[in-house]
Write a protein that binds this ligand. Structure first.
Ligand code: NDP
Ligand code: GDR
Length: 378
């Protein structure tokens, strides 16, 4: 006979489930995070653990190690019988699995951060991105309903400034019309409105954070900021000649991820479910991000030429930046600038890390790790 797995804890059969209120259920402080292995997932886990939560996270099975951002938070269950961070295998494309996890964990708060989050990749994997980022949100909301927890759970959806896409309105706030420009943006539009719909249809505490770009030393290496800061570190140490970039004119509203996960938590502590913009309320171009990054390692960049022939030259005459059209997108989001007034007034949230501080922290972290690798290789 095979080994029969232990029965899952099923909230359907929890005696007296109807006696809980959202407030008393919330005091259990049990969070479930999809996308826990990502940049935001790791900062959010740190924040919630520091506030006394037990944190459950969904991770994908991978042939390579994908939990490096959580390494410092992990405790071996053999050494610690009641760990406060618990990981479950799962995927936003697998409804049954999501129902099992929600039933087992019976979370008081769910943060849906899991996504195929790369805009350029979404043009190549449009259907998959729609499945994970759009329908995945529906699957998770429905898992909550299936488990009979719709009146108790607080649900956060990771919505994005990419929803604004082609808008000409500046700055963008909660009232600005959406016009996404990528399969990623369109998938997230579904995620946004299905969250609103479950709030309106079933009275769920389901909120959207419309977050503008946020970065950190833990940012994925193919996003523009981290690609730049890693390249600057390598170039300054003589390990790389030149960086190859896409659209240098794109403008983004960049903040620090640690500030933004604080905002996510505040959105779920608010008295009622709602949608909030989190932004730095400043905008900078990719070109400016490159200049400021080189300045951290005391290199000055002069720009010559234009379009695909534009180059960035350092004072010694070396070409350190070139444009490679392979990084252009079929449709671009040119200019994002957020207005976080509502979050500041209603949540008491504001970013604490300035643009210059963000760039400096990222460059110095990459210089430190590039140096370490040099020494390691020697
Ligand atoms: P990351 O790309 O760093 O992390 C994405 C996470 O989603 C990873 O944990 C990844 O797992 C997981 N994931 C991917 N596919 C699936 C799937 N099929 N099922 C379950 N999990 C999956 O993103 P960020 O941390 O930067 O962003 C977090 C969320 O916020 C995302 O939804 C993103 O779209 C959104 N967002 C991000 C902004 C930003 O500037 N960072 C701004 C606005 C919104 P794995 O590690 O295995 O790949
Ligand atoms: P974005 O972030 O698309 O805003 O989505 P990304 O850093 O990928 O691009 C920002 C801008 O930089 C331009 N760019 C380049 N981008 C990349 N990745 N690589 C390059 O070489 C390059 N050169 C120029 C891009 O064209 C773009 O205009 C991020 C993700 O985290 C989303 O998940 C999130 O929803 C939004 O931010 C808000």
């Amino acid at each position: 006979a095979g080994i029969i797995p232990p029965p899952i804890w099923n909230p359907f059969h929890l005696p007296g489930l109807e006696n809980w209120t959202r407030e008393s259920w919330g005091r259990r402080k049990i969070a479930l995070i999809t996308g826990i292995t990502g940049q935001d997932g790791s900062y959010l886990t740190e924040l919630l653990l520091s506030k006394g939560y037990t944190v459950h996270g969904i991770i994908r099975r991978s042939s390579s190690f994908n939990t490096s951002r959580l390494h410092h938070l992990y405790t071996d269950a053999h050494l610690n019988p009641s760990p406060r961070m618990i990981l479950h295998y799962g995927d936003l494309t697998d409804s049954t699995n999501l129902v099992h996890i929600v039933a087992q964990v019976a979370p008081s708060e769910i943060y849906n951060l899991g996504a195929q989050s790369h805009v350029k990749v979404s043009f190549e994997m449009a259907q998959y991105t729609g499945d994970v980022d759009g329908l995945g949100t529906l699957r998770l909301l429905d898992a909550v309903r299936t488990c009979g927890l719709a009146n108790l759970v607080r649900f956060y959806q990771a919505s994005t400034s990419e929803l604004y896409g082609d808008t000409k309105e500046r700055p963008q706030n909660e009232k600005t019309a959406f016009h996404p420009r990528s399969p990623y943006g369109v998938a997230k539009l579904y995620g946004f409105f299905i969250t609103v719909n479950y709030r309106e249809a079933y009275g769920m505490f389901a909120s959207n954070g419309i977050l503008f770009n946020h970065e950190s030393p833990r940012r994925g290496r193919t996003f523009v900021t981290r690609k730049i800061t890693r390249a600057v570190a390598e170039i300054s140490l003589g390990k790389q000649e030149c960086m190859y970039m896409g659209n240098l004119d794109a403008k983004r509203d960049w903040g620090h991820a640690r500030d933004y996960v604080e905002g996510m938590w505040r959105i779920l502590q608010h008295s009622n479910p709602d949608d909030f913009v989190l932004a730095s309320d400043e905008t900078h171009s990719v070109r400016e991000f490159i200049e400021r990054s080189f300045a951290v390692v005391s290199m000055r960049i002069t720009w010559r030429g234009c379009g695909v022939d534009e180059i960035g030259v350092e004072d010694g005459g070396r070409v350190v930046v070139r444009v490679d059209p392979q990084y252009f997108r079929p449709a671009e989001v040119d200019h994002l600038l957020g207005d976080s007034t509502k979050a500041r007034v209603q949540l008491g949230w504001k970013r604490t890390v300035s643009f210059d501080e963000l760039v400096r922290e990222m460059v110095l972290a990459d210089v430190a790790s590039a140096k370490f690798l040099v020494e390691d290789q020697n």
